[in-house]
Design a protein around this ligand. Structure first.
Ligand code: GLC
Length: 516
């Protein structure tokens, strides 16, 4: 019998470059994370998902991996990773690591061997094509062409940057390698795997153009499911290991295919992440999520932010509160006070819906997107291709003190922190009951209803309300005016001040109901 912890866990995403720096080089590292584990213990999270920590030339901030069985020296070494896993376990926190199967770094020995000789066996591990012209007009995920030329007639495929050549998943050696990598980390105590770009692995070998109405040549090809079935068999050989997919997929049915009982345990809910702050759209997104997951018996997930998207304090402070990569809202006006009020309410929403909730580092501090990083300091490769940078959500965390670097490092942080974050440090917020940090700490501590059933409560137009079990309710006011709270015994937690017995706009409350 397993405890299936991933079904209702609070999972905190650590972005190692920006969490805490232990050696003063301005880049976060494992020593920094180990020294700050107490923050995660105090927050009460069940698990940490670590963004990639492997050796990498960092063409895409570590999502270009050159060795999956080691740690990049900027972060530390393998023995420190093992120590971190052990210390997290001692603190009751599980560790999920990030595996990037769609591509590897162009510096990886496989790609280097493939480049050296046309007859090298490694050549077939990738998508090399002989052609006078570009083999297809596919556009990569960051924008721009998906092919790079190595000589006059030879090209290789990369759905991301040229430094991230795509692997050929038809090749048995590729499959075998990743199965071995999974075991390598499960053997070292990893409790779960986050699977990067999980729906992109297979390509139609005929390389057709992308045509409207025709099957997409590299999104969500059916063959990918066979890979995840074999990964699931491996996870099941260990106890309580979870596979969590990064699956961006508007089609709910195609999305839930990844969650069939013999495939992944969970997948990120990007539908929720991108949803507008609007009662009707939010309600239908929640219903869609719950229905789709109930149908397949998989736990829903609730994600507000991650290292790829504009922080939600900023998103919810804009006139257009949606998120998508296609709709670049960078630089449009933001009301941070409004965004913060809504982000507080959103935390109580995400943490009380059934399933697991993800917290991206810094959201518990109420950090906003840093939209004023000087152009010459931008490192994200997406910027050159799409004119949007993800660096604004990757800025190092403020821990204490009154000015940058806020004890993130003794050196110079790799990205600049806003001076205004002096009120958002862990130190400044600790013990302040009105702070975002204390809101998250209380909410996570109060999540004792996590295994209780969910039911909607009808509280009228613009109000989202639900119960968990017989004596807990969450009410979120998305209408334009204060609304009365349902009858209750106590207000357990509120995202903002109440207006007598009424719940103001953009505010959420958790209630203890009288037992019937
Ligand atoms: C995923 C990651 C993103 C990365 C990309 C390529 O979307 O979350 O950060 O750039 O894959 O690996």
């Amino acid at each position: 019998m397993t405890n299936q912890w991933w079904r209702d866990a609070v999972i905190y995403q650590v972005y190692p470059r920006s969490f805490a720096d232990g050696d003063g080089d301005g880049v976060g590292d494992l020593a920094g994370i180990r020294a700050r584990l107490g923050h995660l213990r105090d927050l009460g999270v069940d698990a940490i998902w670590m963004s990639p920590w492997y050796p990498s030339p960092m063409a895409d901030a570590g999502y270009d991996v050159s060795d999956f069985r080691d740690i990049d020296p900027v972060f530390g070494d393998l023995s420190e990773a093992e120590a971190l896993i052990a210390e997290a376990h001692e603190a009751g926190i599980r560790i999920i690591i990030d595996i990037v199967p769609n591509h590897i770094s162009s510096e990886h020995p496989w790609f280097q061997a493939a480049l050296k000789s046309e007859t090298a066996p490694e050549r077939d591990y990738f998508w090399f094509r002989k052609s006078q012209n570009m083999p297809t007009n596919w556009i990569g995920e960051f924008g721009g062409t998906a092919w790079t030329q190595v000589d006059e007639t030879t090209w290789y495929l990369h759905l991301f940057t040229p430094e991230q050549p795509d692997l050929n998943w038809e090749h048995p050696a590729v499959r075998a390698e990743f199965e071995s990598i999974l075991r390598f980390w499960f053997d070292r105590g990893a409790d779960g795997i986050r699977i990067d770009s999980a729906a992109l692995l297979f390509k139609d070998p005929a390389l057709p153009e992308v045509t409207e109405g025709a099957p997409h040549p590299f999104h969500d090809l059916d063959a990918v499911h066979d890979v995840y079935r074999s990964w699931r068999r491996i996870a099941d050989e260990y106890s309580d290991r979870a596979l969590i997919g990064e699956v961006w997929m508007p089609d709910v049915e195609r999305f839930t295919n990844y969650l069939r009982p013999d495939e992944l345990h969970a997948a990120f809910n990007f539908d929720f992440l991108g949803c507008a702050w609007d009662p009707y759209l939010m309600r239908s997104c929640i219903d869609r999520t719950l229905d789709a997951h109930a149908g397949i018996g998989a736990p829903p997930t609730w994600v507000l932010s991650n290292h790829d998207v504009t922080r939600h304090v900023t998103r919810y402070g804009r006139a257009d509160t949606t998120f998508s990569f296609e709709n670049n809202l960078d630089g449009t006006p933001v009301d941070l006070e409004l965004g913060t009020r809504r982000a507080r309410a959103a935390a109580l929403l995400a943490l009380s819906l059934p399933g697991s909730a993800y917290v991206y580092q810094g959201e518990e501090l109420g950090l906003w997107e840093n939209e004023s990083i000087p152009e010459d300091q931008i490192q994200d490769p997406m910027y050159a291709r799409r004119g949007h940078t993800r660096d604004g959500c990757r800025v190092p965390l403020p821990w204490s003190g009154d000015e940058p670097p806020f004890d993130f490092t003794t050196g110079v942080p790799w990205l600049p922190q806003p001076a205004e974050w002096k009120d958002r440090t862990v130190q400044a917020q600790t013990g302040d009951p009105s702070s975002m940090l204390e809101l998250y700490r209380s909410a996570i501590r109060l999540r004792t209803f996590r295994d209780q059933g969910f039911a909607w409560l009808d509280r009228g137009e613009g109000v989202l309300a639900w119960t968990r079990g017989s004596d807990f309710a969450c009410v979120l006011n998305l209408s334009g005016a204060p609304v009365p709270l349902p009858e209750h015994e106590t207000v357990l937690l509120a995202s903002g001040p109440l207006d007598g017995d009424r719940l103001p706009q953009d505010t959420a409350a958790w209630l203890r109901l009288r037992k019937k």
